[in-house]
Write a protein that binds this ligand. Sequence first.
Ligand code: GDP
Ligand code: MG
Length: 208
Amino acid sequence: MSLWAFHLSAMAKRKETSVDLHRIIMVGMAGVGKSALTLQYMYDEFVENYEPTKADSYRKKVVLEGEECNIDILDTAGQEDYAAIRDNYFRSGEGFLLVFSITESESFQALDDLREHILRVKNDDKFALIMTGNKADLEDQRRVSTAEAQAQATRWGVPYVETSAKTKDNVDKAFFDLMRMVKATKGEPAGGQGKKNKKKKKSKCTIL
Ligand code: GDP
Ligand code: MG
């Protein structure tokens, strides 16, 4: 079991939220630039060919609204094929960077299902979400217009930001905006973003 997975299962059991640790999860189709964004944010480097099948977590100390805190970033890599593992990842996330590439319509359409999945897994738990159109430096290959993406984000009630992991345009902004949103959700009563305010179901027994 990876350290992260161990951490997650312990967290899920305790249902604890930490004020000074914000958990962010990178979500999006393969190839949209989740790893490139993460590494650019973490290390100020554009990594052209990051191992595409590797999920990794990163931690960084940041100052957010004058307060020091830690950010954990889980860079998913699509091999979370076991639903239970992926659900555990999603459940532990407090902030989601939902990423597509502006050069690939399919990656934009894929956000629908991914968002649905997050909503389903998070159920009544609070979370923050930002939609990110990455590869903004490849304007000549653009297949998803800013207006189209913005309209989707507005329908979903989430912020939209266009980034380039290559030039670092808006990369810090995307992470900081998301961290601020995560911090804000922790100050709220239960039932934040994407809430249906359903009554909590009684926990079911599992017959082994
Ligand atoms: P992931 O599968 O979502 O983690 O995507 P990667 O971070 O591995 O990126 C996939 C490919 O797109 C790599 O070749 C990256 O170098 C490239 N890439 C990622 N972000 C950008 C970007 O903002 N601009 C450009 N031009 N290429 C990018
Ligand atoms: Mg990757």
